[in-house]
Design a protein. Structure first.
Length: 153
């Protein structure tokens, strides 16, 4: 498997990463289908080594992945824009995303304020750190959603 990960990572880093992670079996299956071989690590490794155009095929597969990610993001943005501008959409549908965003931002600001102005008891520090970590992640998603994001994917 390490040989396959090394070969694939040269031309398709995201797929190489997937091979080494919990989705490794799915990545092997996708590569096997793409190279028309059995769904086995050895068969995929041999097919990539034997195919002089394997680099191009791997890059095409990687590009397909990015196109799917972009299409997913685009459809989510279009859905949100359609709801926001629709006369037929209920008010709750129009307000839920901004309301949730405001609640998360407000909770984050509130916890920051409390942390600056009080001392957290020792037995509560782990819980506060966990809540703050969750809110930090949610805040980053909200900021990325409303103000855009650049990815390294």
């Amino acid at each position: 498997m390490n040989d396959l990960i090394t070969m694939v990572s040269k031309f398709a880093p995201a797929i190489g990463t997937a091979l080494g992670g919990p989705l490794g079996g799915l990545a092997v299956s996708t590569l096997a289908q793409h190279f028309n071989v059995e769904d086995e690590v050895e068969a995929v490794t041999k097919a990539i080594k034997a195919d002089p155009e394997s680099a191009i095929k791997l890059q095409q597969l990687e590009n397909e992945k990015f196109k799917a990610i972009l299409a997913d993001k685009d459809s989510a943005r279009n859905r949100e824009a359609t709801i926001a501008t629709s006369d037929k959409a209920p008010l709750i549908n129009k307000l839920i995303s901004p309301a949730l965003a405001l609640i998360v931002v407000g909770a984050w600001v509130g916890i920051q304020f409390i942390l600056i102005n009080t001392t957290v008891p020792q037995e509560m520090r782990e819980l506060v750190a966990r809540v703050l970590g969750t809110l930090d992640g949610a805040l980053m998603v909200i900021l990325s959603y409303y103000f855009g994001a650049s990815t390294k994917e």
